[in-house]
Design a protein around this ligand. Structure first.
Ligand SMILES: NC(=O)c1ccc[n+]([C@@H]2O[C@H](COP(=O)([O-])OP(=O)(O)OC[C@H]3O[C@@H](n4cnc5c(N)ncnc54)[C@H](OP(=O)(O)O)[C@@H]3O)[C@@H](O)[C@H]2O)c1
Ligand SMILES: [Zn+2]
Ligand SMILES: [Zn+2]
Length: 348
């Protein structure tokens, strides 16, 4: 089916209208009319080839939420009219050690990401959610709790799961002190989840204007990370710090705040290598780790948790035509706290 979309044609070209082709649903596919798509900083890294592996044209977008318009005859989980969501993954091998543990994002056969991934159906690359519809196997399609506002739920599909998964794995809970670095799309969800899990939650931000919001979103304490004295006051006190920063920054400054055996978990993915002083890890024994989105079952668990606790994202709705301006604003840390594209603007 011919489908309207927005694509970048090169690392320096602004995103612009582009026609893609979506497949006819196979027996296990769900066709979704996209209502909303969140704008992740990874979309910028990809559109501008900052990680060096973008294939053009690229249609970004992996925080997709919409209404089911057609289902294949073998589909059991979805009916026409249901709300449905697609996150960062649309397929994987389904049989490797990672897939069988529900860690499809680490599929050794190669996870198929929602965009810029090898599309098994077309032989080309997958195209993401900056488009009017998507077709996805039901095994990789998520159910959206009906009590959540659809526009505010869309960014849960990446910003939500990317923070929920490591906070759970590294034990954010009552009695533990957890830091979140950066108050953007990921960071604001990190703060909300750390608080919901009962941890003492500290936000680190470079933006003085975000202090009040940090507290409103759930941080017990907000530290301006450029204030050396304020940073030093927390030395050696954290059980875990979740780093969501998208650009170059000083990792040693955060490692210094960890307790013995505590962990700095990178989810932010600055394109340049970041320096670490070995002594920051040695004294006292500390860990530096990374985490990538989450598997399908955990993404559903996260959505159900959000349904139960009424957790959604703080968003600014934009039209598809405003995407290039939105990217510029994100690069200035000027978004509260996720842009979400109202896809009706693409269909008008
Ligand atoms: N691991 C994964 O699976 C995964 C998934 C999604 C995204 N990501 C990556 O995570 C990163 C964040 O994504 P996002 O969508 O949350 O981005 P975002 O909304 O743009 O937020 C990034 C935040 O980082 C802080 N920041 C930006 N530049 C900085 C600098 N030079 N020094 C210090 N702090 C800076 C800012 O927070 P303050 O204003 O509060 O300082 C900013 O709001 C990106 O690199 C993205 O690719 C990874
Ligand atoms: Zn993302
Ligand atoms: Zn696999």
């Amino acid at each position: 089916m011919p489908t309207r979309a927005f694509a970048a044609q090169s690392a320096t070209a602004p995103l612009a209208p582009f026609a893609i082709e979506r497949r006819e649903p196979t027996p296990t596919d769900v066709e979704i009319d996209i209502l909303f798509c969140g704008v992740c900083h990874s979309d910028i890294h990809f559109a501008r080839n900052e990680w060096g592996f973008t294939t053009y044209p690229v249609v970004p977008g992996h925080e997709i939420l919409g209404k089911v318009t057609r289902v294949g005859k073998g589909v059991t989980k979805f009916r026409v009219g249901d709300l449905a969501a697609v996150g960062c993954l649309v397929d994987s091998c389904r049989s490797c050690a990672s897939c069988t543990r529900g860690l499809e994002q680490f599929c050794t056969g190669g996870p198929v990401f929602t965009y810029n991934g090898p599309d098994k159906h077309t032989g080309g690359m997958t195209f993401g959610g900056y488009s009017e519809r998507v077709v996805c196997d039901e095994a990789y399609t998520l159910k959206v709790p009906s009590n959540l506002d659809p526009a505010r739920a869309a960014p849960l599909l990446c910003a939500g799961i990317t923070t929920y998964s490591p906070l759970k794995k590294w034990g954010a809970a009552k009695g533990r002190k957890v830091g979140v670095v950066g108050l953007g799309g990921l960071g604001h969800m990190g703060v909300k989840f750390a608080r919901a899990f009962g941890a003492e939650t500290v936000l680190f931000t470079t933006s003085k204007g975000k202090v009040a919001d940090g507290k409103r979103l759930g941080a017990d304490t907000v530290v301006i990370s450029t204030d050396a004295d304020a940073m030093a006051a927390h030395a050696g006190s954290f059980d875990m710090i979740l780093d969501t920063v998208s650009a170059d920054h000083n990792l040693d400054a955060y490692l210094a705040l960890l307790k013995l055996d505590a962990t700095l978990v990178m989810v932010g993915a600055p394109p340049n290598p970041q320096k670490v002083t070995a002594l920051s890890l040695l004294m006292p024994r500390r860990q530096l780790a990374g985490s990538l989105i989450g598997g399908i079952a955990e993404t559903q668990e996260m959505l159900d948790f959000c349904g139960k606790h009424g957790i959604v994202c703080d968003i600014e709705i934009i039209r598809m035509q405003q995407i290039n301006e939105a990217y510029e604003r994100m690069l200035r840390s000027d978004v509260k706290y996720r842009f979400v594209i109202d896809m009706a603007s693409l269909k008008a």
